[in-house]
Design a protein around this ligand. Sequence first.
Ligand code: GMT
Length: 381
Amino acid sequence: MNIGIVCYPTFGGSGVVATELAKGLANKGHKLHILSYSRPARLDSLRTDITFHEVDLSSYPLFEYPPYDLALANVMVDLIKFEKLEVLHVHYAIPHATSAYLAKQILGEQAQHVPIITTLHGTDITLIGSDPSYKDVVDFSINQSDGVTAVSEYLREETYKKFDIKKKIEVIPNFIDLDRFKKSDKNHFKKALCPNGEKVITHVSNFREVKRVPDVVSTFHKIVEGGVDATLLMVGDGPDRQRAEQRCRELKVCGKVRFLGKQEQVEEVLSISDLFLIPSGSETFGLAALEAMSCGVPVISSNIGGLPEVNVHGETGFLCELGDIDAMGDYSLKILKDEELHSELSKNARKRAEHFEQSRIVEVYEDYYKKVRESLLSSAQ
Ligand code: GMT
């Protein structure tokens, strides 16, 4: 099939899933087109079976906010017309699903056979999408899609609760490349970062408010107070970095915390990690937790959103009430002080990650494309 995939290009979340899906589908012989405003971080190698189409925004003195959704719709129109796209799969509803609807309207009969598939990822539903300034448009655009998927059961239910959705939403969970995300020998790296054999606690996110990065630092403080010699590795960057640094100063743990910034080879950091912290206030899936688990790292998370569908309490780590620093600290100490427990959780974490194996889920998407295409074609006859 000739498939167009639309996504945000940033590190983490929906952009990673969309790009990895494109790679997986290309490996199966499909021809892929990725549309975004810049090259996605995970589209790192040159391939002849994946073409990147940058959506260019012309500036004009009248445009304080250049209309990205229109420029994107224009690229979609071009690709359907000239590249003969057979499926258009948009990741994140705003504004991608709306641009796809517009492109289809512009092309009329020429695009009748091209299904629009919208994958809901998270804040497009739970936060920004349900804001009154976007809600009606998001509602309409989801309902106009030919196929709709959500990355967790939790997100499917939230979407039905928050919007007036007439479509059946299919749950297709996020996935992981088990060969890339596996524990590998990075002892030299560990020695450099923790010369005295300190335990390594890791957090990876885009440091937005929902990630509650100050809670990560507070939990780490409990770990140190509990008598474990440890180093905290903070991977990623974003608006709350300063708040996290501020918390480090308040709790006097600056010397034990390293801010590594955005990292492309997250699996290397995870390979030297003993514990992963993800205390988010909102998380529809928690791909970062799955990446850690795939590297055999036990996870302490909040029990929010889709996290319980990934991290299993008492089996792959522990789940805590939102903001319960004491519980997160206690569970962390329990794991870090008991080697047998650590090793059992670590094995279970990897095993649980196998459930989300990439090629299996890519195949589920492929079958879903076929199903939606067939039903579109038969309803047109
Ligand atoms: O978490 C983020 O800030 C990024 C965001 C996105 O849309 O790119 O992530 C969402 O989608 C990911 C991939 O499906 C999920 O693993 C994240 O849980 C979800 N984030 C939130 O719900 C906050």
